[in-house]
Design a protein around this ligand. Structure first.
Ligand code: SAM
Length: 289
């Protein structure tokens, strides 16, 4: 008797599969060992699946957000680049970040006194702390405050100014669509101290080149300094992933800081080279230089 499966999952003679409908002509199939959690929240469809090739994975509305195989590559890159650039970060705001992986990395800095995580969906935090310890680390640091709200609302009227804002959002569709609007980046700029800086994930240079450039252009129009850096995250379509930095001042990473850091991906060489872009990206962004 075939069991009723949640959307995005199917079963055949080879087992249970999760299909990520990446785009019209590209679908990615993951063979699944076990469904650890599955429910519809007030915001989106939430699953934690145990897969054969990527370990445990967080899936929102059928899109894989992070996995225990390589979540650290993304979380370390989006955290340690801004934290090695700012000379003395004390207040850090994370928009999105419900899997807690970014907050876990920010907690590695003793200078940081306050970490506010503004996540729209409390269910994501709850299930990642319970079922995705490889990514969330079971985060329990007293400096971390969870605020369950839409990031757009929060940054329009934040209770304090921040040194660093990290936008760890899902793809810019559904609830995260608003997190690439120019008005959102302007609010972030106003929520930062005079020497503050922000970073956001800016999608795949290969498959989402237009969106990547749109994000870079909007940040560039608002911040005095804008730069792009990359990392390779096998879980994400095409692997190569981009990040955009908007700064009111500082832009040079203090790579030496990586020496003391317990990390699996970032180190001094990665910190020094992640801003070196392939030629096609340099050409695409040259008009903003
Ligand atoms: N690293 C992942 C990626 O690049 O796809 C994203 C990780 S994290 C899980 C993304 C989080 O952003 C999700 O938990 C989602 O609920 C949250 N999110 C989406 N839209 C949001 C919004 N408007 N305000 C705050 N959080 C939001």
């Amino acid at each position: 008797m075939t069991r009723k499966l949640p959307t995005f999952l199917s079963e055949n003679e080879h087992g249970l599969w999760m299909t990520e409908d990446e785009r019209e002509n590209l679908k990615i199939d993951y063979r699944i060992k076990e469904i650890l959690f599955e429910a519809q929240s007030t915001i989106q469809h939430v699953m934690i699946l145990d897969s054969y090739s990527f370990g445990r994975m967080l899936v929102l509305d059928g899109a894989v957000q992070t996995t225990s195989l390589d979540g650290h590559i993304y979380n370390e890159t989006i955290s340690h680049v801004p934290l090695s650039i700012h000379p003395n970060p004390k207040k850090v705001l994370i928009i999105g970040g419900g899997d807690c992986g970014v907050a876990k990395e920010v907690c590695k800095y003793s200078s940081v006194e306050q970490i506010d995580v503004v996540e729209i969906d409390p269910m994501v935090v709850e299930v990642c702390l319970k079922h995705l310890p490889e990514v969330s680390g079971g985060l329990a640091d007293p400096r971390v405050n969870f605020i369950f709200d839409d990031g757009v609302n929060y940054v329009q009227n934040p209770p304090a100014k921040y040194d660093i804002v990290i936008v760890d959002s899902s793809d810019p569709i559904g609830p995260a669509e608003v997190l690439i609007e120019k008005s959102f980046y302007r609010s972030i700029c106003n929520a930062l101290k005079d020497d503050g800086l922000m970073v956001c994930q800016s999608q795949s240079p290969i498959f989402h080149g237009e969106v990547m450039e749109q994000i870079f252009e909007r940040v560039h129009d608002i911040f005095p300094k804008t730069k792009m850096f990359t990392a390779v995250v096998p879980t994400y379509p095409g692997g190569l992933w981009s990040f955009t930095l908007g700064s009111k001042g500082y832009v040079i990473p203090n790579a030496a800081r990586m020496k003391e850091l317990d990390a699996l991906y970032v180190n001094e060489q990665i910190m020094a080279s992640c801003f070196s872009l392939p030629e096609f990206m340099n050409k695409q962004l040259s008009k903003y230089r």
